[in-house]
Write a protein that binds this ligand. Structure first.
Ligand SMILES: [Zn+2]
Length: 288
């Protein structure tokens, strides 16, 4: 089975009150680990790349071919969507053209008028090819923006304006942050989440910066209409931790411990274990 659009899996999650995990990939091994975790837990899954990660791996077309080839060679039977995370206008168009089955157009840094115009164009193009679309309203805070804040809060009326364009799922700031959460983080703003849910009535929402949000908060968000949760940092942290331990224990100096396949193994096992744990935690395991 080749990659599929994410529309149906996210809609089913919305109706069934669970969330589809959307894992960012960085290379061949990460992609294999995500697919393995999804297959073993029977979870419908999104594999996503940022534009930078796709460039790092050799380009969008390479990523499309890699994911499709792995689905085939690994005998993956669960639904898998390949999604562009935080796409620019040009990047989203390019991904639709080369075979991504889902794209995010992040126009949150434009004025709302320009965000609407550009979102409309991407939605029309994507839907003409059976590709699902995520758009964003209001920025999502994060340390990569140079400030660690309590996260931004999207305006419900603006969310409605973008949702009404026919977007398949909507990302909106509800106090969430990319990267590691600071000690003094105020938590998700459920009041705002409910206001947005009311405003966009019946559209699934996406929670960005899903790494490290306490479980009670993610499950409450899911009960209020969040149906896709993005995970990036959490897999990076477990990979780095397991890899550091390998070197600290001097394993690379034992026998052929320097073999890259041996070096990467503990990190990969950690990714699979964490991804499986999150598939279960979001209620998506067994839903394939
Ligand atoms: Zn994000």
């Amino acid at each position: 089975m080749a990659i599929v659009s994410a529309t149906e899996m996210v809609k089913k999650a919305f109706e069934g009150h669970y969330a589809i995990p959307a894992f960012n990939t960085n290379n061949l091994e990460w992609t294999q680990c995500i697919l393995k975790a999804a297959q073993e837990t029977q979870t419908p899954v999104l594999i996503q790349t940022s534009e930078g990660a796709a460039k790092y791996m050799g380009g969008y077309k390479m990523v499309v071919d890699m994911v499709n080839d792995l689905i085939d060679s690994m005998g993956i039977t669960v639904p898998v969507a390949l999604h562009l995370d935080h796409g620019t206008f040009e990047g989203a168009k390019k991904c639709i053209e080369v075979g991504y089955s889902s794209v995010m157009f992040d126009g949150s840094h434009y004025s709302i008028e320009e965000n609407i115009e550009k979102s409309k164009e991407i939605i029309a193009l994507a839907h003409s090819k059976g590709v699902s679309v995520e758009c964003e309203v209001g920025g999502i805070g994060g340390t990569e923006d140079g400030v660690t804040s309590n996260g931004e809060l999207a305006d419900p009326a603006e969310c409605k304006a973008v949702a009404d364009l026919g977007v398949d799922f909507l990302a909106a700031g509800i106090g969430n942050i990319h990267g590691k959460y600071p000690e003094n983080w105020a938590g998700l703003n459920f009041e705002r989440l409910e206001e947005i849910k009311e405003a966009i009535g019946g559209k699934p929402m996406v929670l960005h910066g899903g790494s490290g949000i306490p479980f009670e908060q993610t499950s409450k968000a899911v009960s209020l209409g969040v149906s896709k949760i993005n995970i990036n940092t959490e897999l990076q942290l477990v990979f780095a931790d397991a890899t550091r331990k390998y070197f600290e224990a001097g394993k690379d100096l034992e026998g052929k411990g320097y073999d890259p396949r041996k070096v990467l193994k503990p990190g990969c096992e950690a990714i699979v274990a964490k991804a499986k744990e999150l598939c279960e935690a979001f209620g998506a395991a067994g839903k394939a």
